[in-house]
Design a protein around this ligand. Structure first.
Ligand SMILES: *Cc1c(COP(=O)(O)O)cnc(C)c1O
Length: 224
């Protein structure tokens, strides 16, 4: 089923948008099936689970970390992670910088914006983010490269609300880009959209959609 689902989703992905197959909680054979169907970008949200999948699967996979990342776990993924979507504090960014340099790498990161109504989601408010970017000298952090922002919309059926939130996120992205990354063409990514809302996210300017259950089916939280 994974192959068929993937092919269906691909037909709906806009030009210039990359599909991250969110494989958390799904077993390795399902990822292999997606790989065999040509998928190369996979998103995971738990370090241990990512480690075992990284070791078992082909090395040309581009692994993205999309969940809340604890500072003390950065060291495990620093040798190979391609993109960390969920940088939600500058303390975490500093640790990624340090671990990347240990491996002579520069790790691409997205700053997670808190746009949704819900209290529980991680991330910076737009004001917090601007204040922090003002305070830190990113040029000093050779181990990280900030390539854009990530956000999640509220968990709601109200499509107009979702569209308002994604539009707001894109406007925040543009303001941050113009103010802090004006001469940095690599600051070009907006990671937004999941199975339920990626079509809306694409209309609002997403460049990376993170789709899990529409490809792999329901997650079984009992295993893993
Ligand atoms: C799990 C997860 C997704 C994928 O969600 P689906 O609804 O299964 O597509 C996307 N983004 C983040 C941050 C996630 O944790």
């Amino acid at each position: 089923m994974v192959k068929e689902n993937l092919e269906k989703i691909r037909q709906t992905i806009s030009e210039g948008v990359r599909l991250v197959a969110v494989s958390k909680y799904h077993p390795i054979p399902d990822l292999q099936e997606a790989y065999d169907a040509g998928q190369r970008i996979f998103g995971e949200s738990h370090v241990q689970e990512l480690q075992s999948k990284y070791e078992a699967l082909p090395k040309d996979i581009e692994w993205h970390f999309i969940g809340h990342l604890q500072t003390n776990k950065v060291k495990y993924i620093a040798p190979y992670i391609s993109l960390i979507h969920s940088v939600d504090t500058f303390k975490l960014l500093h640790e990624i910088n340090k671990q990347a340099q240990k491996h002579s790498r520069q790790i691409d990161c997205l700053l997670q914006l808190h746009i949704a109504q819900e209290e529980t989601k991680y991330g910076f408010t737009p004001e917090e983010l601007a204040a922090q970017l003002n305070e830190y000298d990113l040029e000093q952090m050779q181990g990280v490269r900030i390539v854009g922002i990530m956000c999640m919309a509220s968990n709601t059926d109200d499509e107009q609300q979702i569209e308002r939130e994604f539009t707001h996120a894109r406007q925040c992205y543009e303001q941050i880009r113009d103010r802090f990354f004006a001469n940095k063409p690599y600051f070009r990514e907006i990671s937004m959209g999941m199975s339920g809302d990626y079509l809306i996210a694409q209309r609002c300017g997403s460049t990376l959609v993170r789709v899990g259950s529409s490809i792999f089916g329901m997650r079984n939280y009992g295993h893993n």
